[in-house]
Design a protein around this ligand. Sequence first.
Ligand SMILES: *[C@@H]1O[C@H](CO)[C@@H](O)[C@H](O)[C@H]1NC(C)=O
Ligand SMILES: *[C@@H]1O[C@H](CO)[C@@H](O)[C@H](O)[C@H]1NC(C)=O
Ligand SMILES: *[C@@H]1O[C@H](CO)[C@@H](O)[C@H](O)[C@H]1NC(C)=O
Ligand SMILES: *[C@@H]1O[C@H](CO)[C@@H](O)[C@H](O)[C@H]1NC(C)=O
Ligand SMILES: *[C@@H]1O[C@H](CO)[C@@H](O)[C@H](O)[C@H]1NC(C)=O
Ligand SMILES: *[C@@H]1O[C@H](CO)[C@@H](O)[C@H](O)[C@H]1NC(C)=O
Ligand SMILES: *[C@@H]1O[C@H](CO)[C@@H](O)[C@H](O)[C@H]1NC(C)=O
Length: 776
Amino acid sequence: MKLTSLVPLLFLVPLLTSCSEQKQVYIVYFGEHKGDKALHEIEEHHHSYLQSVKESEEEAKSSLLYSYKHSINGFAAELTPDEASKLEKMEEVISVIESHPRKYETHTTRSWEFVGLKEEETDGDEVQRPKNDAKHGNGIIVGVLDSGVWPESKSFSDKGMGPVPESWKGICQTGIAFNSSHCNRKIIGARYYVKGYEKYYGAFNVTANRDFLSPRDPDGHGSHTASTAVGRRVKGASALGGFAMGSASGGAPLARLAVYKACWAKPNQEKVDGNVCLQEDMLAAIDDAIGDGVHVISVSIGTTDPLPYSQDGIAIGALHAVKRNIVVAASAGNSGPKPGTLSNPAPWIITVGASTLDRAFVGGLVLGNGYTVKTESITAFKMDKFAPLVYAANVAVPGIALNNTSQCLPNSLKPELVNGKVVLCLRGAGSRIGKGMEVKRAGGVGMILGNSLANGNEIPSDSHFVATAAVTPTVVEKILDYIKIDKNPIAFIKPGTTVYKNQPAPLMTGFSSRGPNVVDPNILKPDITAPGLNILAAWSGADSPSKLWVDQRVADYNIYTGTSMSCPHVSGAIALLKAIHPKWSSAAIRSALMTTAWMTNDEKKPIQDISGLPANPFALGSGHFRPTKAADPGLVYDASYRAYLLYGCSVGFTNIDPTFKCPSKIPPGYNLNYPSISIPNLNRTVTVKRTVTNVGNGNSTSTYIFSARSPLGVSVKAKPSVLSFNRIGQKKRFKIMVTVRMDKMNVTEKGQYQFGWFSWTDKYHVVRSPIAISLA
Ligand SMILES: *[C@@H]1O[C@H](CO)[C@@H](O)[C@H](O)[C@H]1NC(C)=O
Ligand SMILES: *[C@@H]1O[C@H](CO)[C@@H](O)[C@H](O)[C@H]1NC(C)=O
Ligand SMILES: *[C@@H]1O[C@H](CO)[C@@H](O)[C@H](O)[C@H]1NC(C)=O
Ligand SMILES: *[C@@H]1O[C@H](CO)[C@@H](O)[C@H](O)[C@H]1NC(C)=O
Ligand SMILES: *[C@@H]1O[C@H](CO)[C@@H](O)[C@H](O)[C@H]1NC(C)=O
Ligand SMILES: *[C@@H]1O[C@H](CO)[C@@H](O)[C@H](O)[C@H]1NC(C)=O
Ligand SMILES: *[C@@H]1O[C@H](CO)[C@@H](O)[C@H](O)[C@H]1NC(C)=O
């Protein structure tokens, strides 16, 4: 997201003299470190580059924000556009990245039981009952890049946990409301990164920013994501009003947490909803996380405008992490269901979409004409009897909301027409909870929150300020008809109760960002989906469950929605897999998760999209994750750091590593050994190369047979179509020929994607990969 103020500033440039030219933060990226320079030498090296474009040594010193030195080679500094372009032309410099504030997209009791990891009963009993080979993630360190942590949450208790792993090299950085005793054997490290943020928003002011200059989470987002990945098992956790009551647990409750706070509240906002994470701060966080010795990095942060890898701080940081076999999971974003909206598309990142759980908060809406519909609600406010029903557009102040009179935007409702009534408000502009606040302000007793067509049938549950029934577009039509026909329309909202085994589940959510991968369509994204709608997890004591500052309520646990919530589910699963298979590469772990994923729901039908049709791989990736199955995938598609460098040659992301040169004949991007296949603009035949590695569970001999469901308009064949293994670790290559079928060409539109899959099957395993192709 570009700061809008950048535009006028850039226009001013020609009027100013060169020394007062508008400065901003740039990241100067050199790729891998050369040889074994000491840390101070690296900083000097960065300094010498900076000095070559600055007038004085002092200026060079004061302009430097970060010198990345653990694994990423580069620095962040304040530069003029002119200085930046001079640096860009220098030898060794791979890219100069203009920093924009990247707004992260907000993107658990029930989740783990639903995916096959059963819940246990008592607080912290994971210590006494180490369940299986995964040992609840014991020994694994998960770094979470986010808005910090609320260390007092029971989810981060270290009760019964052993000493901090000896390999750990991180620190507990203290600051406002965060001292060294806030780290423990669970939160083994905490750091914060604010230099880039301060360059944009000015010196940090605790009062104005409503944030803590420390690893403490003012917001809830960071505590929610961290506890979803590695939170302890806490019995009796629930959101305000007792919703979703159950035991809350992260995926890997005995894994350790390392907190990297790189996202901050935007100053002077009316609600805590404008978290911003600057690339230079995130890159410093990833560089430290690598140096500290984390095993997994969880990033529920993304942009709405994906950048080429060489300009994408998360992609760059993740590549360096993957070189050290650290697994990086990131959220796909909340910009769906439009195609091509996905963030974090690099193939060395595990990109996670969001689907639903089988849990619902079922309430009801009854109209005066007897029409009754089940709704979802987690609102603690109740109505005691029927009340008059009005449509917001009929009771709005003219002028204030202009075209948006149906939206219940702040100060848009006339109290004299709303007092004591139920108001139908539509989604679109403004926040969902804000609409309920407006109804309450105007004296309303209830709100019907209507989805627009774009929202489809997916109902997010929020902790509203008045009794609320959230409904689908079809129900909105029914209500509008009733209001039109009836002279005295009335309605009653029944409070919600928590219901499990609500079928079918999972469903794909509408908000989850969709492929194709616009940075490189040769890589199919997202990789996988996990629960992201209405997830219960730990919250910040400094923020209300509604995230509005006027809301004085405090909640230990809160229900929250987004791919930000699905990503840490996968990060927790990765920690479990790492504990079982410490030697597996990050690509092997991705492969295990992807090839064992569910394509079907609990009714054994294809997982549906919001349209009601089967969700395709641009929504689902390879499917819904299944951590228990991923522990034993049979075969994996492995890829080394050098394989990613070779892949980088196909997209111009080059010269990262001084020991690697692109070959003169660069293989196409779709030949990266990935557990899925995407071929844009296919003509005639494309031959895709893959290699699988036998990781079978003690079975030294096994035979796998190929099968495929071809996308419409093409045929898919493998050579060979049988693979036999006689030892663990054995690799086998195969080719897949994807050929346009002339007889079917007229049934598929040029450029339109068609989907299918292929699999390798032995007696115990199905190793499945999705295929996406479009015809040239
Ligand atoms: C840290 O702060 C807590 C209060 O939040 C206090 O009880 C504790 O003594 C402090 N510890 C240190 C080492 O200052
Ligand atoms: C910090 O913000 C508060 C509230 O906006 C303001 O009163 C105070 O003067 C600010 N402090 C500094 C040092 O700018
Ligand atoms: C807003 O209303 C005006 C006039 O009523 C109309 O011309 C315009 O297209 C509307 N804009 C949107 C975004 O609906
Ligand atoms: C009104 O709605 C339009 C279209 O839905 C949107 O673009 C605009 O930002 C909204 N205006 C306000 C004041 O929210
Ligand atoms: C298809 O053919 C066109 C023109 O011959 C070529 O530019 C393009 O790269 C081909 N696409 C693939 C996927 O081979
Ligand atoms: C082969 O592996 C599967 C699971 O990976 C296991 O259930 C089975 O017992 C193994 N068979 C032999 C002969 O080891
Ligand atoms: C496609 O073309 C074939 C052969 O020309 C024809 O038999 C078939 O009916 C066509 N299918 C469609 C859907 O147009």
